[in-house]
Design a protein around this ligand. Sequence first.
Ligand code: FPP
Length: 236
Amino acid sequence: MEKIKHIAIIMDGNGRWAKRQLLPRTFGHKKGVEKVREIAIYANDLGIECLTLYAFSTENWRRPAEEVNYLMSLPKIFFSSYMKEIMANNIKIQMIGSLEGVPAEARKIFTDAIEESKNNTGMILNFAMNYGGRAEIVKAAQQYAIDYSNGSAGPLDEELFASYLMTKDLPEVDLLIRTSHELRLSNFLLYQLAYSEMVFTDTLWPDFTTDDLDDCIDQFYHRGRRFGGLNETENT
Ligand code: FPP
């Protein structure tokens, strides 16, 4: 089986983790940020090419203002604590989604981190920030329509359409992990997950360990990926 290149994670369960410790929800998010560091460094050590993390969805704006504000402070907490380590580990920061509507401070922190790490050649740590899968597809379709009508794009096929998505320069997503026992995609990478393997774990994101990641990757390698075809052994 081909080597796993791209892992995407829906980091769910921060709120429940905090509640279990009788702490405010924000403590769960803070712990979640520490986990991002741990898992990203480990995934880079494993030779994963890209790790995409769902940091803030277009639906997350519906949360109480106080929590939204805290979620918007996570980039500052993360990059001010760990940017040195990210650079030392040759990790390249990227982002999908939209910084429109994101407070100026968080926007600047992201764009600075992307700029500072742009020549790094290790794993891409790709944050989905203010991201929604449907919005991404609609935006791609709108841009294609413009390009087609002015003659700069030819007839549409899957490959051409994928080049209009925010993930255009990234490898296919091999594995999606969602923590905390929720069995939904929540508008994450709707086009890109067509053939991805999916692992749903009961572990809450703040409790997720490098061993858990190993276990998810193990599950990936024990599945027969067929992409709609047959395995070699079935082919007789
Ligand atoms: C879902 O848990 C998690 C989030 C909405 C935020 C996830 C973000 C991080 C872990 C860090 C992001 C890091 C950077 C650098 C931006 P939940 O609140 O929905 O948990 P619950 O389902 O238990 O309530």
